[in-house]
Ligand binder design. Structure first.
Ligand code: B4P
Length: 190
């Protein structure tokens, strides 16, 4: 099983590169952001809870995300592996993922960390906000999401670095060039 975590700040290209990775490696895709947006659209209890956090640029509480993830993971058990996009986002989520995979006789194979300058992140997200109308792609919420990334999410790099699984990838430039860098790193661990 090839289990790839695609990691990076909001706007770093996680969703964009995940789509290309799915096509190349035939992996299942789990995007916690997409699952949450689906719940919001469906008007479920989980969606209503998540909306309050997402619109402020905050993380949805760990216990909610971890329960949700366990359910989604079991629905992908017949796949060749999974791309985890936007999960984990905190140390407790990282520890929960390690444990969930271990229970299933698996592990994270590699963590791809997309490195992008902050000015470029803000620019990309503002542009996307104009096109998609996503409620969290506005100036104030973007600032809060970047702070959350620095304080709560980026410590996960050290968590995976200690496990020898972290691959830092320059995430600026053309989408295809970035994709080539990612596949080179993944092909070395396969
Ligand atoms: P996500 O859906 O994960 O959103 P994101 O961090 O903004 O990244 P995304 O993958 O969508 O964007 P990408 O960088 O590909 O999360 C949304 C919210 O949900 C979170 O803030 C949080 O509240 C909640 N949430 C999700 N998961 C959670 C978890 N595990 N725990 C708690 N809460 C959670 O792309 C951005 C833009 O850049 C796109 O428009 C794209 O076209 C463009 N782009 C990409 N690559 C480019 C390039 N090379 N050059 C120029 N533009 C590029």
């Amino acid at each position: 099983m090839l289990n790839i975590v695609i990691f990076g700040a909001p706007g770093s290209g996680k969703g964009t590169q995940s789509e290309k990775l799915i096509e190349k490696y035939g992996l299942a895709h789990i995007s916690t952001g997409d699952v949450l947006r689906g719940e919001i659209k469906a008007g479920s209890a989980l969606g209503k809870l998540a909306e309050g956090y997402i619109s402020k640029g905050q993380l949805v509480p760990d216990e909610v995300i971890i329960d949700m993830l366990a359910e989604v993971l079991d629905s992908k058990k017949d796949s060749k592996g999974v791309i985890f996009d936007g999960f984990p986002r905190t140390i407790p989520q990282g520890e929960a993922l390690d444990a969930m995979l271990q229970e299933r006789g698996q592990a994270v194979s590699a963590v791809v960390s997309l490195e992008v300058d902050e000015a470029e992140l803000v620019d990309r997200l503002l542009k996307r906000g104009q096109l998609s109308g996503r409620s969290d792609d506005n100036e104030e919420t973007i600032k809060s999401r970047l702070d959350v990334y620095k304080n709560q999410t980026s410590p996960l790099k050290e968590h995976y670095n200690k496990q020898g699984k972290l691959h830092g990838i320059p995430g600026m430039g053309k989408i295809d060039e970035i994709f080539a860098r990612i596949t080179e790193a993944i092909d070395n661990v396969k």
